[in-house]
Design a protein around this ligand. Structure first.
Ligand SMILES: *[C@@H]1O[C@H](CO)[C@@H](O)[C@H](O)[C@H]1NC(C)=O
Ligand SMILES: *[C@@H]1O[C@H](CO)[C@@H](O)[C@H](O)[C@H]1NC(C)=O
Ligand SMILES: *[C@@H]1O[C@H](CO)[C@@H](O)[C@H](O)[C@H]1NC(C)=O
Ligand SMILES: *[C@@H]1O[C@H](CO)[C@@H](O)[C@H](O)[C@H]1NC(C)=O
Ligand SMILES: *[C@@H]1O[C@H](CO)[C@@H](O)[C@H](O)[C@H]1NC(C)=O
Ligand SMILES: *[C@@H]1O[C@H](CO)[C@@H](O)[C@H](O)[C@H]1NC(C)=O
Ligand SMILES: *[C@@H]1O[C@H](CO)[C@@H](O)[C@H](O)[C@H]1NC(C)=O
Length: 297
């Protein structure tokens, strides 16, 4: 039996749709580290809504003074270290709780609808070269060499209750010597009406960071263009030690300088910025004086 013109039209329409879907699948966000089956990732969470997978780390990872040899990749967009978390009810940071949390996008993710969560560790090869180069670019003066990298990727995952949307993000843990860093990389992220938290938190919240606006799901699509290091879609943090504890930087001004005079204030800020970047803050750090008051030396 031959097809009626209407069903021929429908068939054509369907094949065009599947073609555009394939094309989309091939373009990974530019800031992403290699991921997925092409990169040889492991996929353990594939069908369940709430799930978690334990990874035994090839190298210990130091997170604000605590050393971990395992981590849990939790389907709802975050990593924990002591125990898995199936928590889809998002708490805003700082939690002042008893767990360290790294949350590229903690919200109610549901891969039983669509999406793939995968991960891989590296202790040699191109990914270490890439991590070494990236860290030295974002955090100059540390002379860093990466010896271990873990990449966990949420590739075009669905949110619970709003099937049809696709959201992609990645967390990269990097260590070498006594230093450790994390990247949170964002691709296209859909609006969600659930609560969201992006950033990190620690035991008793002695150190924490919230990507601005990330508790509000309607600003999530902006993540792809946001950054703390001038690389759209990437947030980078040094996490081995609490730099928040830097409460002062000592600087000696060898001659009297009138800070209200144009140029002087910029020079002082630049020196101060360099000192802070040397201690591990990202090089994109911006400093501003809120008020300038004329005082006698
Ligand atoms: C995860 O999957 C890999 C194979 O892809 C398997 O070797 C490993 O045992 C799985 N781990 C868990 C915790 O299920
Ligand atoms: C997670 O998924 C695996 C299979 O992929 C399953 O064996 C395990 O029970 C699930 N865990 C939870 C907590 O749902
Ligand atoms: C991981 O660390 C715990 C305690 O910190 C230790 O008991 C355990 O043996 C370590 N496991 C590995 C594989 O190193
Ligand atoms: C954090 O929790 C502890 C109890 O674990 C409490 O004593 C402390 O006041 C809390 N701090 C804040 C800022 O809420
Ligand atoms: C967190 O706070 C609790 C209660 O104040 C305290 O007993 C505990 O030692 C703190 N933990 C750390 C790692 O600071
Ligand atoms: C979330 O963001 C939208 C748009 O930026 C704003 O209209 C709304 O009031 C925000 N909601 C909360 C709870 O901050
Ligand atoms: C991100 O930036 C690109 C290039 O400027 C722009 O085309 C795109 O609309 C932006 N996306 C969002 C969600 O703001």
């Amino acid at each position: 039996m031959g097809l009626s013109p209407v069903s021929q039209y429908l068939l054509m329409f369907i094949s065009v749709l599947s073609l555009s879907r394939e094309t989309k699948a091939q373009t990974a966000p530019a800031v992403f580290y290699p991921f997925g089956s092409v990169a040889g990732d492991t996929v353990n969470i594939s069908v369940e809504d709430e799930n978690s997978t334990r990874i035994d780390l090839w190298r210990p990872f130091v997170f604000f003074g605590r050393t971990y040899n395992k981590t849990y990749v939790n389907s709802n967009g975050h990593l924990t270290f002591n125990q898995p978390s199936l928590e889809f009810y998002v708490k805003g940071f700082p939690i002042n709780g008893s767990e360290d949390i790294i949350a590229p996008l903690w919200t109610d993710v549901d891969v039983s609808v669509n999406g793939i969560i995968s991960y891989q560790q590296y202790s040699n090869g191109n990914v270490l070269t890439q991590a070494t180069r990236d860290i030295n670019q974002h955090f100059p003066y540390l002379s860093f060499t990466a010896t271990w990298v873990l990449v966990a990727t949420w590739d075009r995952v669905a949110y619970y209750y709003h099937s049809g949307t696709e959201t992609s993000f990645q967390v990269v843990l990097i260590s070498g010597g006594d230093l450790s860093f994390i990247f949170m990389n964002y691709g296209d992220c859909a609006v969600t009406y659930n609560a969201v938290q992006a950033g990190y938190d620690t035991v008793n919240s002695t150190a924490y960071f919230v990507i601005p606006g990330s508790i509000n799901g309607s600003v999530i699509p902006n993540l792809v263009n946001s950054s703390n290091i001038n690389v759209a879609g990437r947030w980078a943090f040094r996490v081995d030690t609490a730099l928040d504890n830097v409460i002062g930087v000592q600087m000696r001004v060898t001659s009297f300088s009138d800070l209200t005079e144009s140029g002087n204030i910029e020079t002082v800020l630049e020196k101060l910025q360099q000192e802070l970047v040397k201690s591990g803050l990202p090089s994109s750090l911006k400093l501003n004086f809120r008020r300038i008051k004329k005082t006698r030396p």
